[in-house]
Ligand binder design. Structure first.
Ligand SMILES: Cc1cc2nc3c(=O)[nH]c(=O)nc-3n(C[C@H](O)[C@H](O)[C@H](O)COP(=O)(O)OP(=O)(O)OC[C@H]3O[C@@H](n4cnc5c(N)ncnc54)[C@H](O)[C@@H]3O)c2cc1C
Length: 819
């Protein structure tokens, strides 16, 4: 299995590297990178030219373009195809014998290499702040990227400014423009060439449903970093391309700047004004994607990303229709969009919920109709996108599934999700929940980035999880999973060494061996609001209180006065001031226990006291159209695409894109057939390119894969009764967040976990834990999720521990709560 995996992984990268390698190799060998001159691939390339049969002597696709298509278009498809077929053929269980031995050998060889490649470079704080960290592998990738850019630009400048001019001189052309001015144009054109490479790769990491994510095993949130990095390059080069051209027009005595600026293809062949418009869209895209905007104005970022991307695409191709190269990765995005359109709109209902007393945290149960999820247990820890039409018709928001279980009667899937109040959408949802008295129709989008399967954690001697606020949800999913496996293992053991005493450390011979998997799990959980402790689930607290393999250390980092202000009367989970009652310095005095923090009111708040008495805030009604959503729901298929269907979607998206290219080139021959390069019909070729390529790469898979699937599902749906699960009820959390006498108390079972005031020293805790696990001869996994400073502290601690190459590596699993 590992052998095959390694093969496909290598072939995927080889496909990309070969293209880049070819470019650089041919440049270095001949110092040329051009259409018609001799290079390493000349003979092969010439054979690939496709003549245009409709017009004598015309070529529809030049060999040079065709060669690039092979690398850009077909290699990814072949890899996608092979990998997907391989994924489908994987055995459910690991094989034994020779295969297992080879796999072990490969794993043994890979581990030290992996360790070197993931080693974090010095100036770690700076890298973390600047780009989220930099490993050796990433630095090497960057270095290669920079080399390709520098060599490419240098070579093109060389070619454009000397060789091309020499050629023109030989045929008797005279230049009235100084060489230095012509150099400005040469640099600009060189940059445009390199934008080809950047944009061609730009979209590979952003597809949610992509063979690349699956193959590399890198979660979407981590892969998207590469999209950002390449995006920066592409936009800076686009800006450079524009600026150098503007400078050229200004310095060129033979042209008028404004004539060139506003030219729509008549003066220059290429549509200059469309280029400027594309540049404006690119800059808009860049400005609204920077972290500050993304984090503080997410909707602005989201919508402007879509609008500016489309604007850029359309005007860039009108500017220069040969820019269709960027379709190499756009076809994968097209396949992703097709799959997403099928994955959205899965019928689901919120059938119950619990909400904290301050209304800032809720745990909802989403019941998804039967047949949608075949293996619900795999969903714990996955991210789902949720749309609540009653709150917003358009918005989907990502959340982590903490528990997933099938309903034994209806076979529907019940997903549990904890939602914390953040901005507008979550605030509206949490404000609406207490007024909900019937199951609430929602939409669920297929999960992505499932956590590694439970077996993954078994290779570690210990796991330390550091979580802040609601980011504890994926950790809860892991712990739930581990608990379930331990319980299952304990239940399988003979009665003499039964489940009850599997944590005992008496060491007698009659004791059963400890269950596989980590022997110690430590959760450091910091919360700013007392209500956040509700996110710690009762079974987790109970297991921790038993004092066995699981230890939970809770930290309260909030400001007491703020808590006091936020508290309401009655049975509210109120936190009173510590000794002195005043405002405690935030995060001061880490070690001290929160004595004196007490709760007013002890009993469960009665659901009827909090729920069902109020009305919906009227502003929310305007957004609901239950009939519309019920109607729409009928059209959307219940389940997801199979792997086989996914393969076809990818293949047809690429085929559609390729057919679009051929049609574009044919249209170019027709429209520009007068051989007059300066043609006012040039912009139409760009429009043809955008239209035919988009329609075909989206349309072909939609028509041939989704169409039949929709019709089949629709037919089945008419035969099936609509799914309307009962509302199971609403309640307040059973006051898990009683922070009384420095304890988090789970009232239902009476178990308690101590709470420490102040921020945890995560670095020290991780170091201490790893030292203990290493002493016992095990490896440690570190899971971290929460605010950025906390994640950075964990990343630094792990990087430092991994500097010691003689000790076992510490594996870091950051989990994202922000994109
Ligand atoms: C992978 C992942 C898993 C998450 N799991 C949970 C969870 O289990 N529980 C929980 O309470 N929260 C979770 N979140 C955060 C949750 O998605 C946001 O709190 C919520 O979307 C905020 O929406 P808002 O309109 O209330 O706030 P806003 O003020 O609009 O947004 C606040 C922040 O939330 C993020 N965000 C908002 N909308 C989206 C979106 N459509 N897609 C991606 N990010 C968005 C952005 O980073 C934004 O800066 C998760 C986020 C991600 C990316």
């Amino acid at each position: 299995m590992l052998l095959l995996q390694a093969f496909f992984l290598l072939s995927a990268w080889a496909a990309l590297a070969m293209y880049q390698g070819w470019q650089v190799a041919s440049i270095i060998a001949t110092w040329t990178w051009r259409y018609g001159e001799h290079d390493l691939w000349e003979k092969f390339r010439m054979k690939l030219s496709i003549p245009y049969k409709m017009r004598e002597g015309e070529t529809v696709l030049y060999g040079w373009d065709n060669l690039n298509l092979i690398f850009y278009f077909f290699c990814p498809v072949v890899v996608a195809f092979c990998y997907s077929v391989y994924a489908m053929c994987l055995p459910a269980t690991a094989k034994s014998g020779l295969h297992a031995r080879v796999a072990t050998l490969l794993a043994a060889a890979w581990r030290p290499l992996h360790r070197c490649l993931t080693w974090q470079l010095p100036f770690r704080r700076t890298w973390l702040w600047w780009c989220g960290g930099l490993s050796l592998a990433e630095a090497l990738l960057w270095a290669a990227w920079v080399v390709v850019h520098v060599v490419g630009i240098w070579d093109q400048v060389n070619y454009q400014s000397s060789y091309r001019l020499e050629g023109f001189k030989q045929v008797g052309m005279t230049f009235y423009v100084p060489q230095s001015v012509l150099k400005l144009e040469a640099i600009s054109i060189a940059m445009a060439w390199i934008i080809y490479i950047d944009t061609a790769i730009l979209f590979f990491p952003v597809a949610h449903n992509s063979f690349l994510n699956r193959m590399l095993g890198i979660p979407y949130a981590a892969l998207v970093r590469f999209h950002r990095w390449v995006g920066h390059f592409a936009i800076w080069l686009t800006l450079g391309h524009g600026v150098f051209y503007y400078a050229f027009w200004m310095c060129d005595p033979t042209v008028n700047f404004w004539t060139m600026f506003f030219d729509w293809g008549k003066e220059y062949g290429i549509v200059s004004l469309a280029g400027t418009i594309a540049l404006v869209f690119a800059l808009g895209l860049w400005a609204t994607s920077i972290k500050f905007v993304r984090r503080n104005f997410y909707k602005l970022f989201y919508w402007s990303h879509i609008v500016c991307f489309l604007g850029y695409l359309v005007f860039a191709l009108i500017h220069y229709y040969w820019g269709w190269y960027l379709y190499s990765s756009l076809c994968l995005l097209a396949a992703d969009l097709v799959v997403r359109s099928y994955y959205a709109q899965k019928g689901a209902h919120i059938t119950s919920f619990r909400i904290s007393e301050d209304g800032r945290l809720a745990e909802i149960t989403v019941t998804v109709e039967p047949h949608v999820f075949q293996e619900p247990h795999k969903l714990a820890g996955a991210h789902i996108f949720l749309k609540v039409p009653a709150v917003s018709r358009l918005d989907y928001h990502p959340f982590t599934v903490t528990r997933a279980e099938p309903d034994p009667v209806t076979r529907a899937t019940r997903l549990t999700v904890a939602i914390k109040q953040y901005g507008r959408w979550t605030k509206d949802l949490l404000a609406m929940l207490p007024h909900t008295r019937q199951s609430l129709r929602v939409r669920v989008w297929r999960p992505f980035d499932e956590l590694p399967p439970a077996q993954h954690w078994e290779q570690f001697g210990g796991i330390v999880a550091v979580a802040g606020g609601v980011a504890v949800t994926p950790v809860t999913a892991i712990i739930n999973d581990l608990m379930a496996r331990r319980n299952a293992a304990a239940n399988r053991q003979p009665p003499t060494g039964g489940a009850a005493d599997h944590d005992s450390s008496s060491g007698s011979d009659s004791q059963p061996p400890p269950p596989a998997g980590p022997q110690r799990v430590l959760l450091l959980f910091a919360a700013r609001n007392a209500a956040d402790f509700c996110a710690l689930e009762e079974p987790v607290l109970r297991e921790a209180a038993a004092g066995g393999w699981l230890e939970v250390r809770a930290y309260y980092t909030g400001c007491l006065e703020h808590e006091k202000g936020a508290a309401r009367g009655g049975a509210t989970a109120t936190v009173e001031g510590a000794a002195g009652g005043g405002k405690a310095p935030p995060f001061a005095d880490p070690g001290s226990v929160m004595s004196g923090i007490a709760i007013k009111g002890g009993a469960h708040p009665s659901p009827s006291a909090s729920f069902g008495s109020g009305e919906h805030p009227s502003s929310l009604f305007g957004r609901v159209s239950a009939a519309f959503w019920t109607f729409i729901g009928w059209f959307f298929p219940a389940d997801f695409l199979t792997d086989r269907q996914y393969i076809w979607v990818v293949l047809l998206a690429y085929l559609g894109g390729f057919m679009g290219i051929i049609m574009t080139q044919a249209a170019a021959v027709e429209i520009l057939s007068t051989n007059n390069y300066y043609h006012d019909g040039y912009w139409r070729v760009g429009l043809v390119a955008v239209s035919v390529m988009s329609v075909q790469s989206l349309g072909l898979p939609a028509l041939f894969v989704l169409g039949p699937a929709y019709l089949t599902r629709l037919w089945r749906r008419f035969k099936r009764a609509p799914f309307n699960p009962d509302f199971l009820g609403a309640s307040a959390f059973p006051v898990v967040a009683y922070v009384a006498g420095g304890q988090v108390v789970a009232l239902e079972s009476g178990t308690a976990v101590p709470v420490t005031r102040g921020r945890p020293d995560v670095a020290a805790a991780v170091r201490g834990f790893v030292a203990e696990v290493r002493a016992a001869g095990g490896r440690t996994a570190v899971v971290s999720g929460g605010p950025e400073p906390m994640m950075d502290a964990v990343a630094l601690a792990v990087a430092e521990l991994n500097d010691n190459f003689s000790a076992p590596a510490v594996v870091l699993h950051p989990v994202a709560h922000e994109l």
